[in-house]
Design a protein around this ligand. Structure first.
Ligand code: ATP
Ligand code: MG
Length: 256
């Protein structure tokens, strides 16, 4: 059972030691990684995914439950507790969605058909366009793909740690996704530029020039602001949908 992941600081792009020496991520934590382009956000989640142990350019080390990552986790993909979902996922498989999930359910768990149903159900709650069991994997849109991968990691993979690299622009219902995913008590790490995701996280890691610079715990004031922000975000989502469907926009549609 994984209770904590510890990131031990290494060095930034310039080779100087990172300002933050140690960060603990706990079960149930929702964490954002923020920072300018090129500041090392993707690098940081890649270090987590690889269970870096001084063997990546950052020299960071990852501990599980305070200890070095056991060999059986490091070397056996079957036991891998981490699911990384990136923007660049493409499928080699052209199987129908239901067959792909069924195969995965047989590898990771008992293969029961309820797993496929639950996964599809969750994916369709996360994403605006319905995914049908007979859709082929390669014909899914970006948003459908990400929603399916998240649902697959949660339900079939049963992964305790889910890393997401900038998935917000992919037609995912952010707020609903955060709410549903929180119920699963996973450790979730979002690389994000999105203020809604950031302010709904428990804390955020601020990256600068390849280094972990600061940890900011979301304040009560920020949480209150996030509620207001949600309204604005929903307004924007609604406008996006309207424009997509070919409608025209009037001034009254834009006033929050
Ligand atoms: N600590 C580090 N030491 C050495 N190289 C680093 C370090 N951190 C990041 N890099 C390198 O810097 C480059 C940019 O990092 P990365 O892709 O992680 O940035 P990012 O914050 O994800 O940017 P974007 O927002 O554009 O996706 C990469 O080539 C990465 O390998
Ligand atoms: Mg990146």
């Amino acid at each position: 059972m994984i209770e904590t992941i510890t990131i031990l600081g290494g060095c930034g792009k310039s080779g100087d030691p990172e300002p933050l020496k140690e960060i603990d991520l706990k079960n149930g934590d929702v964490v954002s990684i923020v920072g300018p382009t090129g500041s090392g956000k993707t690098m940081l989640i890649n270090d987590i995914e690889l269970f870096a142990y001084g063997d990546t350019p950052t020299k960071r080390r990852i501990l599980i439950n305070g200890d070095e990552v056991p060999e059986e986790i490091r070397n056996n993909p079957h036991n891998n507790p981490i699911a990384l979902i990136t923007q660049h996922t493409t499928f080699l498989s052209d199987l129908p969605v239901c067959d792909f999930l069924d195969l995965h359910a047989k590898i990771r768990q008992d293969g029961g058909s309820y797993l496929v149903e639950r996964t599809l159900d969750l994916a369709n709650q996360l994403c605006g366009e319905n995914i049908l069991p007979r859709n082929r994997m390669t014909e899914l849109s970006g948003g459908q793909t990400r929603a399916l991968l998240i649902a697959d990691a949660v339900v079939i993979g049963n992964s305790p740690i889910i890393l997401l690299d900038e998935v917000e622009n992919a037609g995912i219902y952010k707020e609903r996704a955060l709410k549903i995913l929180k119920e699963y008590q996973k450790m979730m790490v979002f690389v994000t530029h999105d203020p809604v995701i950031t302010l709904f996280s428990d804390f955020r890691i601020v990256m600068r020039n390849g280094s972990m610079k600061q940890v900011i715990k979301t304040t009560e004031k920020e949480k209150a602001a996030a509620e207001e922000l949600k309204r604005l975000d929903n307004l924007l989502m609604g406008l996006r949908e309207k424009i997509r469907s070919g409608a025209t926009i009037e001034l009254k549609d834009v006033i929050a």
